[in-house]
Design a protein around this ligand. Sequence first.
Ligand code: GRG
Length: 310
Amino acid sequence: MNVENRAEDFVHRLDAAAKAVEDKLDALLAPGPLAGEIERPARLLGAIRYSTLGGGKRLRPFLVLESARLFGFEGDGPLRAGCALEMIHCYSLVHDDLPAMDDDDLRRGRPTTHKAFDEATAILAGDALLTHAFDVLADSATHPDATIRCNLVLALARAAGLGGMVGGQALDLGAETARGALSQQEILTLQAMKTGALLRFAVDAGAILGRADEARGQALSRYGAALGAAFQIADDILDAEGDAAALGKRAGKDAERGKATLVGLLGLETAKARRNALVDEAIAALNATGLGSATATLAEAAQFVARRNN
Ligand code: GRG
């Protein structure tokens, strides 16, 4: 396949995954209560569905599907794991947009959840999505082997919680009010936690589901970490350069709020060079899996992350 065909094939696969994720999320967030639940309140469910359905690139679930596929594991299990991860991602966006955090009015080209509903409902929608993600992973429909399900739950808890995304968000908020600027290492740590941890979990989940051997699992994890770092720099570059219409959210916020970013610290050109080097690093990690051309879609995903415009 030439470069153009590869990019086209990637977009086709991402679209197909996004459609499957949309349908599965729709089913997982249906009004009917599950065994053990009492009822699903209509307004809360409305806010959850508003913040979860009908938008987003679905990159994280796509990475779960593609990495599980590397190990011959396809179907409902990876789709459910991808949806669980997307629920965590959507909850983080809803909470991040709240007045107490980034205070944003626009997300995915629409009013943020607290604007479309109200703050308390947005907080609860995020809480319910966070909890429901673990329900989805723990359900035997995700994998028949309870040890695999337990490993998924543990890995997601570590990626999303205190020492992962939530911790990264806390460091980010702290940096806004800190007296001195953050060092490059501090920014890298913050970004690896806030954004990188969920992206890395995406490929770790595929390896867990597909029972990858340790060396391949570790190589894939290195790919996920490099991809996550490239993703965050690309996000910072988009914020500095991007246009709000394409982004579906306001641009230029980082500089305004004094956010700790590599673009702010190193300048745009150095940040772009670093982003490109991270894409190379991600692809080198894929090559280290020894899985050859089977990893071509994941290599394309790394390129996509760097060249995206939203
Ligand atoms: C509130 C606990 C808590 C955490 C928030 C993820 C996050 C942490 C905040 C979001 C702020 C932000 C814009 C971070 C940069 C990276 C990022 C997560 C961008 C949005 O992800 P995309 O581009 O979004 O994958 P879509 O809409 O395509 O799903």
